[in-house]
Design a protein around this ligand. Sequence first.
Ligand code: F6R
Length: 617
Amino acid sequence: MCGIIGYIGPKQVTTLLVEGLRRLEYRGYDSAGVAVITNPSSPSSTRELQIVRCRGKLSELEGQLAGAAPQGNVGIGHTRWATHGRPSDENAHPHRFESVAVVHNGIIENYLSLKRSLSERGHSFSSETDTEIIAHLIWEELQRVAPGPDRLLTATQRALKHLEGAYAVVVLCTDTPDEVVCAKSASPLVLGLGDGENLIASDVPALLPHTRRVIFLEEGDLAQLTREKVRVIGLDGVERKRPERVITWSLLAAEKAGYKHFMLKEIFEQPRAVTDTLRGRLSHAPADALLDGYDIDPSKVKRLFVLACGTSFHASLVGKYLIEALARIPVEVDLASEFRYRDPIVSSGDLVVAVSQSGETADTLAAIREAQKKGAQIFSIANVVDSSIPRTSQHSLYTHAGPEIGVASTKAFTTQLVALALLALHLGRRSGRLSEEAAQAFVHDLTSLPAKLTQVLQTAEQLQQLARTYGHCRDMLYLGRGPQFPIALEGALKLKEISYIHAEGYAAGEMKHGPIALIDEGLPVLVLAPHDGGYEKVLSNLSEVKARGGHVIAITTEGDHSLRTLADHVIEVPAVHPLLAPIITVVPLQLFAYYVADFKGTDVDQPRNLAKSVTVE
Ligand code: F6R
């Protein structure tokens, strides 16, 4: 989730770019930079492409620019949220090759093979990023296009045909100083239409000081910006008509893309986030998961531990079901805060998987250090690239969910589940315990997740209604079995932390061992009942709740008939592999918690007493 801005017009561009980047800071950043064409109207020999970039906050970049800001009216800027390559000065954007500079948001899946063939043609690289190869490819194409008004546009269009993956890219070239070119595939880009000036940005807030007239680019669009006009074409070169819109949002609403809270925005981002977690990591024939170059030999793994805190712990519990079912390797899941203090029995040959959104949680970090001291290998699943936990680990798999700003974790959770599913698939294939046929079915269902998440988000209105009905209650109970049990825990945690309503998550089979005593007239009980091996048993638990006057809200697979007569409310979700169903069934619980909190008027994005990153014990 990098931030991008580009400008062509009469204004001094460096300050404008930095101000634009400041308005995109909420997208997360670990480094920033600008590229400006100086002397654009002079002969090409005296034109220069000046790049200033560095690791750290925008204020670091401002420090470098103070007194030495490049002077010009055409430029591009970028705040980086690292995906390929750690945050560093060298990996900060813009990236340049010869006369071409680019900024990029997204992931180029085939960058390694492109880099290899560019190297064979004599290119060398100065960063670890996938972005740098785009500048090289465009420059190569530029050498083949005759000078003319569309030279950069044509070269970019040709270069992009080599890329697989997601990109929002903006290109600047000293040979063609009167145009800026950009292109979008899966990552957002919006054009800002001014008077004698035009802009491009990854999000509306960066444009608002200059214009409210915008064009949202669509998949496969390329745009050419000059001072006077913008032109949109497809990868096939054919002109595309895109409607102009006028933005009426306030700046704050624009940062949240019009959503009332970051949490709601992040819930709705889940189809995109899961797509990015899967990107480049699945093979279809043979069906397999690729863990970014990490290959685990299960026969060498003595024991497998998964360590985490809070929501990430709940994801880890689902991970146990996934790994044990697909790879038949026993998994011990532990709260990192407990593990670190009990002199854990762990030694060399053990594999410890650490799961953390922030990558900075003090307890998880201390737990893996303890395990490492005792000889274990550490594999981390994290969202923030190059944070402390991945830096301490031998290998890391990043979830690529983009920055999560709402304190209550949502998209980080579902993407952790996807990462754990990839790990389970990998172990299942390597151990030989998962047949090609079963792996094919699993891969098929993994790839269906973004569309199914989009479908399940359509239950939002129903959940908003339910939140109004039950938002006044003092307690709620969440029940689930098998891989849905951790989802019951997660649903209860979401409700507690943002609405301050007391909630308990229980394994449905445990009801009769105590919590059934809590059930009385009117207690809302949220029951996870998708069609899986535990369905029939959950139905009998649900009947026990009903018999005692509880109000049942059931989450089940679409087309279910039995629950309509048993439950007070039924939320239907699309069918998917039972081990992947938690990724779908958690969404109505996130929405319910959100709407209850909103109904109660609590501070949804920053609930009391909580911090996004718990770096203290
Ligand atoms: C709850 C939540 C927390 C975190 C926990 C671990 O919504 O976000 O429970 O999951 O503090 O944080 P990470 O995943 O950053 O290690």
